[in-house]
Design a protein around this ligand. Sequence first.
Ligand SMILES: [Zn+2]
Length: 265
Amino acid sequence: MIELPDVERMIERIAGYTTGKTISIIRIDDPAVASIERDIVENHLENHAVDSVERHGRYVVLRFRSDYSLMFDMGDDGLLRLESQTAPPTDRTRIRFQFAAGRELRFSSSGSQGTVQAVAGSEFNEKGALQSLGVDPLSDDLTLARFEALAEGNARSSVKGFLLNQKAIAGIGNDYADEICFQAGVRPDRRVGQLEPAHLDRLHRYLRRVLRRATLHWSAAHSDPGWLINSRSSGGACPRCRHELTSVRVTGRKTVLCPRCQRAA
Ligand SMILES: [Zn+2]
């Protein structure tokens, strides 16, 4: 599942090349995923430059200098990548953006995963799909006070359900939700309303710490023997206390935890 740090890395790889460059041709390979009207493609996207590439939660927004934006919902396995124009598209390729400068930006995904939508500039701010999206966990907007207020609104939810609620906090998926709970020492299956203020404070702190590290130091984080994410697939022992890890289902999702380290609440 695509999570915030994955999207952030994707953007880092494409932003330098795409920003300020003009897209000459757009080829839609899968109209079911990329349903953009021909009129918008021809008049507002083709022959216009990309103004910026932004991330909102797990969405990627490609802003054009025409006052139109393309919004990519990455689904579970969406990928935005720069490729050579001569590379043949695959059965995962959904839409291709050919730059006048020579390379091609491609969005690919499996099955019917992901969507690409065109949004006019004014709509983008007022009633775009991102309007219902929660606060970005890496932005300064997610203060402890804001986090506590969101927790209050999700008091009946499990801690994991709260972290996965994209309308509260945008961008956290299954693996990082478990990692945040593990690092904070909080059980993901506890009710949010049962947490002490000190537990909420720890969750808030580790939420930002885990996501920031996974974003800025992805390789180090993903080879850190102290991180749950690196031993969750193999099962086995807790990276911290060597107690056997437990796998349960919370909000229908596979959830890995250490019953000894995660006792808070
Ligand atoms: Zn442990």
